[in-house]
Structures are given as structure tokens and as C-alpha cells.
Design a protein around this ligand. Structure first.
Ligand SMILES: O=c1ccn([C@@H]2O[C@H](COP(=O)(O)OP(=O)(O)O[C@H]3O[C@H](CO)[C@@H](O)[C@H](O)[C@H]3O)[C@@H](O)[C@H]2O)c(=O)[nH]1
Ligand SMILES: [Mn+2]
Length: 729
């Protein structure tokens, strides 16, 4: 009796609270003093008042934002699971799990990468008959289908190999990369055999993609290839659903005679006159298609590059859903986004370490992790719009969908009819049912709606990362991704789904604030743009904007600046960043704010005005050799002449000129003011210049292809001249 009541998971509070509270209280006092000083000491009109008021506005924004970021720092928690108890109680009655993998473009997301993810999911340490894997191909590409077909055959060898030797990770690409040289648990022959099989398969797939042709004899081997003809394009084709492995069929066994998971390819119908709603549209089609094939009560959703790195993740997630005491109101279980292509010092700040270790853990204690699009287990019912009610209880022992008289062709036809363009017309899909449409971050808004239907969620961050994906490895891709994210979250903030309105009374204030950390990314761009330009300009124009260094009022400014950075550094180091990684992160933080977030802000407003439409630009998961090499060496990649780079170069150049100009004016005594009036401004400008050193290198010293193109440098010179001519300070 006692045994059966023991919990399947535990929740622990994280330490470090004294340090946190010391930081929080002293920062709050410091910020208030800064704001008071700003308000009380504004210069007279005509003597730089406008610039001063701008500083006040910027600091006010920072202050509000700082308060918001504290919401997730009060009491972060960590979760632990007891898989042995799960097995002891439920091994015979484990629920089915449907996995949705989305891909959109065979060029930025190579099919060979996609199938490594698929194979890693098929090989979970979980009864195969209960796993179904669905690939949604928004590229509608015969090459992706071909790769999946190859994977369905390779799986017969791969799954037994994984299970026999209990290897990790179970993505063949990742496994063979990692295990080179230390694979002594099995005979070298066996290892080489399977490795060769894998490499040959990859070779065949890559060759097909590169040559744009699939050998005719292969096309004869599966009826699915007949779906493609010369007219089909990614934007215009009929619905395609192909069940490559039917887990219920007797023939679906691996080389050891064990059942194989079900494997399905889907390309929903696309027609130019219908809007397809990007990934959200794909997920909704998958929800319907899977409902006639396996209809499992649990759905796992991963991006095509996010392979499973931990074969126990399904079991970990189920420890939450199946917990007798607390499981009934948990709507989804989110794992962090981790990447396997991080360089040591996080050159583009993409490691998300602090978000993963600090912020989402804090959100978890406030009511639930956000749904971040990949590595997330949902209950099927909540994705379909179910509201939480007191007496709710899922029947986990619900049997795997029985199949009546229908044969596989009939099921495919039925599934196709659910993946047509007009199926959703005049329905609640994309609104009350399924993943929400109209937001570039469909994940966040869908998670918010689920929280507001009174479900909780949990965040699971196991020692061995559950999923590993591909982070953007160029500056352009990083900025593109962050533009989409900041724009998406800001769109939510300005919509009727703004957490303070929509979430009011439904989720805790803490969680409402937590959502706004990301909701306000875009809004942060303006104060930052102001702060990296105006004080520096003030140096050359003789306009003091901070208290002089001897004044007691300098203390709160210095304190806030130092504390913010010290505490930030402390969090970063605790989360696994290196010192240099943190520093690179600071640079990227500035760059993202003055480019991605600014663009995100502008595009959100343009959408509100109706002059632009929502888009979802897929980030590339491959880069050319040259680029990859510079990424390895942590050298910033520019190369093309994009307007974002002009902003970055302009700000860098401007600060350099201001620093030199300001110094020389002080030295030569042009200003009638002593140097200590400007010291804080010099420090700020100097820090910006130091952070920008790699930008100067890219503009003036580097010769490689990734340098800042001279057209960008020239344009930035033009803008700097313009800035000096316009009397804004
Ligand atoms: O029309 C589309 C566009 C994208 N995708 C898929 O969506 C996933 C995410 O796209 P990616 O370009 O990798 O974007 P990221 O910025 O890395 O994605 C993060 O942010 C997205 C929201 O902006 C979430 O959907 C993702 O799950 C989350 O990992 C990929 O598997 C794509 O294949 C589609 O299926 N159809
Ligand atoms: Mn991605």
C-alpha cells in the first residue's frame, strides 16, 4: 500500500537564495536611486534636456524589465523522476506515444540529418509497439520521402544494435561521431559492419539529393514514390500520407524478430491560394492524421534536427503524467533546447544556458515551463483544446487504437482527407483546437493558451540532455532566429493574448511576468539603441549625461552597473558558460538588441498596421566548409552586405570615434569641464568599444570571406557622418 503511493517524481528547491536576495534588494534600491537622480537633476531646457529625458526613459524601461526578469529568479526548482517506480507499477500498461517530427526544406534541413533524428526516436527504450513516428514534410520532397524509406529499412538493423548494447546516443550520425575509437563493448567487426551500412545509406541519400535524381530501380520498391511527378512543387501538391512501417502488421519486425515502431510520412496538401500556417499548420495536420493511425494519448514533438540523446526521455516524461497525486493536472512536459554544435565560448550566444538553467526552472515554479516547440510531451487531449476540470482523469490503460476491418490503403486515404487544404476551413482548428495560427512563435502562444485553460506544465532538465539539435552557426542565422522569436513574442504581448490581460486570474502574476521576459525582448531594442549611441555622442558634443565621479550620486550608477554584470556572470558560470562565453554573450546581447529585436519591433508594428504579413523563416542547419571552419575558430561571420550589419558597424564605428574624439577634446581642454564630469560616460563608451573589438577586426583587419564587406563599412561611415550632423544631442 505504502509502495503504491510513493511519488513518481520529486521537486527540489535550488540553492543560492541568500546571494539572490542580496542582489535583488540592493539592485532595487540602486535602481530607485538612479531613477530619482535622473528625475530630480534634469538640466534646464536647451542645455541637453532632451538627451537627459531620453536617458531617463531608457533607464525606466530597463528598470521595468529588470523587475520582470526577477519573476523567474525568486525560487527556481529542479525535478527528479523515479523510473524504477514507473516500471514497477505501469510497465504492462504504458501508454502509446506519437512522435511528430517536422521538416520544411531539404536544402536547409538535409534528409540525412532528418532521418538520424527519426532513427533516434524509433530506438527509445520503450516498447516499440507503443511508439509511432510521424514525419511532416512541408518541403513535399521526394528526397525526404526516399530518406525515410531508407531509414525504415536500416531501422531493422539499427534498433536491435541499439538495444543489444544499450548504446547512447541513438542517432546513428551522432553515435558514430562520438564512439569512434572507444567502442569495445562489441566486436570491432560488428561495429564496422553497422557503421558501413549507415555510411552507405547516407551516401546514397546525399547523392540522390545532390544529383536531384532517385534511381528508377529504387522507385519501384515502394508505391509511395508514385505520388511524385514532374509537376509537384513544395508549394503546390496533393496530400501525401504513406505508412512506411505499420507497427500492427506481422511483417513489421526487425532482424531480431522484435516489433518495429510505426513510421509514417506525411506531406499535407499545399496550394498557392491557401495559407499553410507554417509549422503550426503541419502540427495540426499531424494531430489529425495520427488520430486515424495510432491515436496515442501522449504526443512528443521535436524539430527535425533535435535527435534524442537520452533513450529514457519517454519514461522520464511519463513519471509526471502518471503520478497518482500530482499528474492529473500536468498538461505538458518540456525538455530544454540543447545543441551539439556549440563552440567552447559560445560565440553567438546561442547556448541558452542561463535560459535553460535559471529562467525556465523559475517559470516551472511559477506554474509551468513555456512550451518551446521542440522536446515537449503533450497530452493529446489538451492539444485538442480540453480544459482542465477538477475531476479530470486520463485513462492511461486505454488500449492502443484497434484497427477494424480497414486495410492500410483505406487508412491512408482517410488520413489524406484530413490533410487537405480546405479541411480546416470554417473550423476551430488553429484557434480553439490544436496549435494556434498567426504567430511566428506558435509554440509559446499555444503553451500560454494551455496554461490559461488551467493546466500546469513541468520542466525536466536531466543530467544527460534529452535532445540535441543544431544551433545557428552564423551571425546571419542567429539574427534571423532571434528576429522571429522576438517578433513572435512581441506580437503576443501586443495582442489580446497579452499575458497580463489574457492570463489575468488564470495564471499566477509571476508566470504572467515570466512570459513577458520574452514578450518584451523586441521592446528592449529602443532603449539599447539609445544607450549605445547618445551617451557616447555626448562625449564629443560636451554633453554630460551621468553624475560626476566624485558625487555620491555616482555610487548607485556604478553599483547597478557592476551588480547587474557580476550577478549575470555568476548565473552564467553556474549554468555552464565559460568566462569568455559570458563575455561573447554580452556582445551578442547588444548586437541582437540593436538588430534582430529592432527588426522584430518594426515588423510587429508593420503587421499591426496591416502592411506586412507573418512569415516563418527556417534557419539553415548546414553551412559551407569555409563558414564551418570560422565557426569552429569562433570568428564572427559577416560576409554578405545585409542592413543589420550596417547597424552593427555604424554603432561600433560611432563609439570608436566618440571615444577618441572625446578623449582628445578633454586633453586639449576644449571643454571647460573637468574630466571627472565625463568619466562614467567614458567608461560606458570604452566598454562598448572593447566589446566591439571583433567587429573592428572584421571591418578593417580581416581578409577572409567572412569579413564585413567594404560596402557595409562604407555605408556605416556615411551613417556616422549623418549622426554627427543631426543635432540630436
Ligand atoms: O513552414 C514551416 C516552417 C518550419 N517548420 C519546422 O519548424 C521547425 C523549427 O524551425 P527552425 O527553422 O529550426 O526554427 P528554430 O528557431 O530553431 O525553432 C524554434 O522556434 C520555433 C518558433 O519560432 C519553434 O517552432 C521551434 O520548435 C523551436 O525549436 C523545423 O523542424 C522546421 O522544419 C515546418 O515544419 N514548416
Ligand atoms: Mn531549429
Amino acid at each position: 500500500m505504502m509502495e503504491s503511493r510513493r511519488r513518481l517524481f520529486a521537486t527540489e528547491k535550488m540553492g543560492g537564495r541568500t546571494v539572490y536576495w542580496f542582489q535583488a534588494v540592493t539592485m532595487a534600491v540602486g535602481i530607485l536611486l538612479v531613477l530619482y537622480y535622473r528625475a530630480a537633476h534634469a538640466p534646464a531646457a536647451g542645455q541637453g534636456r532632451a538627451a537627459w529625458v531620453g536617458m531617463l526613459a531608457a533607464e525606466l524601461c530597463y528598470a521595468v524589465y529588470w523587475v520582470i526578469t526577477q519573476s523567474v529568479r525568486w525560487c527556481p526548482i529542479r525535478r527528479r523522476t523515479f523510473k524504477d517506480r514507473l516500471a514497477a507499477r505501469y510497465e504492462e500498461n504504458l501508454p502509446g506515444v506519437d512522435t511528430f517530427v517536422c521538416t520544411a526544406d531539404p536544402h536547409s534541413e538535409p534528409p540525412s540529418l532528418v532521418i538520424s533524428t527519426i532513427l533516434s526516436i524509433m530506438a527509445y527504450n520503450y516498447p516499440s509497439e507503443k511508439i509511432s513516428v510521424y514525419l511532416s514534410d512541408d518541403g513535399g520532397s521526394i528526397f525526404t520521402f526516399y530518406a525515410l524509406w531508407e531509414a525504415s529499412i536500416f531501422a531493422k538493423k539499427w534498433l536491435p544494435f541499439c538495444k543489444r548494447y544499450n548504446i547512447e546516443p541513438r542517432s546513428p550520425a551522432a553515435y558514430f561521431l562520438e564512439s569512434e575509437g572507444h567502442h569495445n563493448q562489441f566486436t570491432p567487426k560488428e561495429w564496422s559492419l553497422i557503421k558501413n551500412l549507415y555510411e552507405e545509406m547516407r551516401e546514397r541519400i546525399d547523392t540522390a539529393v545532390m544529383s536531384g535524381k532517385i534511381p528508377e530501380e529504387i522507385k519501384l520498391k515502394h508505391k509511395g514514390f508514385d505520388e511524385w511527378n514532374s509537376e509537384i512543387t513544395s508549394k503546390n501538391h496533393q496530400p501525401i500520407v504513406q505508412i512506411l512501417i505499420d507497427g500492427k502488421s506481422r511483417n513489421a519486425v526487425d532482424d531480431d524478430g522484435n516489433v518495429l515502431p510505426t513510421l509514417v510520412y506525411m506531406a499535407r496538401e499545399k496550394r498557392p491560394q491557401y495559407h499553410h500556417n507554417f509549422k503550426a499548420g503541419a502540427l495540426n495536420a499531424l494531430i489529425r492524421v495520427s488520430s486515424v493511425i495510432s491515436d496515442s494519448p501522449v504526443i512528443l514533438n521535436v524539430d527535425c534536427d533535435m535527435y534524442s540523446n537520452n533513450s529514457d526521455s519517454i519514461r522520464d516524461a511519463l513519471c509526471f503524467f502518471l503520478d497518482e497525486e500530482m499528474g492529473h493536472n500536468i498538461g505538458f512536459v518540456q525538455y530544454p533546447q540543447n545543441y551539439n554544435n556549440m563552440t567552447q565560448n559560445n560565440i553567438y550566444g546561442n547556448s541558452l544556458n542561463v535560459i535553460n538553467h535559471v529562467e525556465i526552472s523559475g517559470l516551472d515554479s511559477a506554474g509551468g515551463s513555456l512550451y518551446i516547440g521542440t522536446g515537449c510531451f503533450h497530452r493529446r487531449e489538451i492539444l485538442c483544446g480540453l480544459k482542465f476540470s477538477k475531476g479530470y482523469k486520463e485513462d492511461w490503460s486505454r488500449r492502443i487504437k484497434e484497427r477494424g476491418q480497414e486495410n492500410i490503403n483505406e487508412i491512408e486515404e482517410k488520413a489524406k482527407s484530413l490533410a487537405t487544404c480546405n479541411y480546416e476551413l470554417r473550423t476551430q482548428w488553429g484557434d480553439e483546437i490544436g496549435v494556434k495560427y498567426g504567430y511566428p512563435v506558435e509554440d509559446i502562444i499555444t503553451g500560454l493558451a494551455i496554461h490559461c485553460r488551467c493546466w500546469k506544465s513541468v520542466y525536466m532538465n536531466p543530467e544527460r540532455p534529452a535532445f540535441l539539435g543544431v544551433a545557428p552557426s552564423t551571425l546571419a542565422q542567429t539574427l534571423l532566429q532571434h528576429k522571429r522569436w522576438s517578433e513572435g513574442n512581441f506580437t503576443i504581448f501586443l495582442s489580446k493574448y497579452c499575458t497580463f490581460l489574457f492570463g489575468h486570474g488564470k495564471i499566477s502574476l509571476q508566470l504572467q511576468m515570466g512570459y513577458c521576459i520574452y514578450g518584451l525582448w523586441a521592446a528592449n531594442s529602443l532603449p539599447t539603441l539609445y544607450y549605445v549611441m547618445v551617451p557616447s555622442l555626448g562625449l564629443v558634443k560636451g554633453n554630460p549625461l551621468f553624475p560626476e565621479i566624485m558625487s555620491p550620486w555616482a555610487i548607485p550608477f556604478i553599483y547597478v552597473f557592476c551588480m547587474k554584470n557580476t550577478y549575470g556572470l555568476y548565473e552564467a558560470l553556474l549554468s555552464g558558460d565559460t568566462l569568455k562565453g559570458w563575455w561573447n554573450g554580452q556582445r551578442m546581447w547588444m548586437i541582437k538588441r540593436i538588430t534582430s529585436y529592432l527588426y522584430g519591433l518594426i515588423d510587429t508594428i508593420r503587421k499591426l498596421l496591416g502592411v506586412s504579413k507573418m512569415s516563418f523563416a527556417v534557419t539553415a542547419k548546414v553551412s559551407d566548409d569555409d563558414e564551418a571552419k570560422r565557426y569552429e575558430q569562433e570568428i564572427l561571420e559577416f560576409g554578405s552586405s545585409s542592413p543589420e550589419y550596417v547597424i552593427i558597424a555604424t554603432v561600433a564605428l560611432l563609439n570608436f570615434i566618440c571615444l577618441v574624439g572625446g578623449l582628445s577634446k578633454i586633453m586639449t581642454g576644449v571643454w571647460n569641464m573637468p574630466w571627472n564630469v565625463f568619466l562614467l560616460q567614458f567608461i560606458l563608451c570604452g566598454m562598448i568599444v572593447i566589446a566591439n573589438i571583433p567587429i573592428y577586426e572584421a571591418m578593417f583587419l580581416r581578409k577572409d570571406k567572412g569579413r564585413v564587406p567594404s560596402s557595409v563599412t562604407l555605408a556605416s561611415v556615411g551613417f556616422v557622418v549623418l549622426v554627427f550632423l543631426v543635432p540630436i544631442v
